[in-house]
Design a protein around this ligand. Structure first.
Ligand code: SF4
Length: 230
């Protein structure tokens, strides 16, 4: 049995205790796989990163933004800010002026709307579509029968590396990732040099809400729980 972290299987969530500010969290009853207990060295090492002034300030503003997404009412917490607005507020808090928008051609209309919203809030927006360059898909070894419009049609490849390099060259303050495919987003994140956030992830079936299939995994998407690879 190894002690690899398994927070997703934690029965207690002792790292998020409901205690007074002057009390100390205790992990005495934490499960064997609890990283709060077994990874003390890495916790200390990672916390030293917050000693860097820029990182500390970025982290502080992110948590202030998180706080502002709720309102305290006599009935308890209520949420009040959608992610689009959260992104705008966070960008303003950080003093970002020029935003990069990396989007999938499948959400080009949404990219246009988002650009209008951001420009209306005073930002300069530099946007790059995943197809920029119009390089043929065959370039990376895709066979004609693997092209979405069919073997006899030209299909531009998605090039998240190109998207990242263009946005890097434009020296944007903050990048917003929108609707890239699984794997394409991985490459974008790997090559993008500046700070970035994800506004939306692509889900062709659920209107870009991948958790919908998770919520339905005990009914309409029960196949997700079947022991197969697909
Ligand atoms: S850090 Fe420990 S207490 Fe927190 S969720 Fe993970 S296993 Fe549970």
């Amino acid at each position: 049995m190894n002690n690899r972290p398994q927070c997703a299987k934690c029965p207690r969530m002792l790292c998020y205790p409901n205690i007074a500010a002057d009390e100390k969290p205790s992990f005495d009853e934490a499960p064997r796989f609890c990283p709060s207990k077994s990874k003390q060295d890495l916790i200390e090492k990672s916390m030293r990163e917050y000693d860097r002034q820029d990182i500390r300030e970025f982290a502080r503003l992110a948590s202030v933004q998180e706080f502002e997404c709720y309102e305290q009412t006599p009935d308890g917490f209520r949420t009040k800010i959608p992610r689009m607005e959260e992104t705008i507020q966070f960008a303003h808090k950080n003093g970002f002026k020029r935003l990069g928008l990396a989007f999938c051609v499948g959400v080009a209309n949404e990219a246009r709307m988002i650009t209008g919203i951001l420009e209306g809030k005073g930002f300069e927006v530099v946007s790059v579509c995943c197809k920029a360059g119009a390089i043929a898909k065959e370039t990376i070894g895709i066979r004609p029968e693997e092209k979405i419009p069919g073997p006899s049609r030209y299909e531009s490849m998605c090039s998240p590396i190109t998207q990242a390099e263009i946005l890097n060259s434009e020296e944007v303050d903050f990048v917003i990732l929108m609707g890239l495919c699984v794997g394409h987003d991985t490459l974008f994140i790997r090559y993008c040099k500046g700070p970035m956030t994800v506004l939306a992830v692509k889900d062709r079936v659920t209107g870009h809400n991948p958790l919908a299939a998770v919520y339905l995994s005990q009914s309409y998407y029960a196949r997700l729980l079947m022991p197969t690879s697909a």
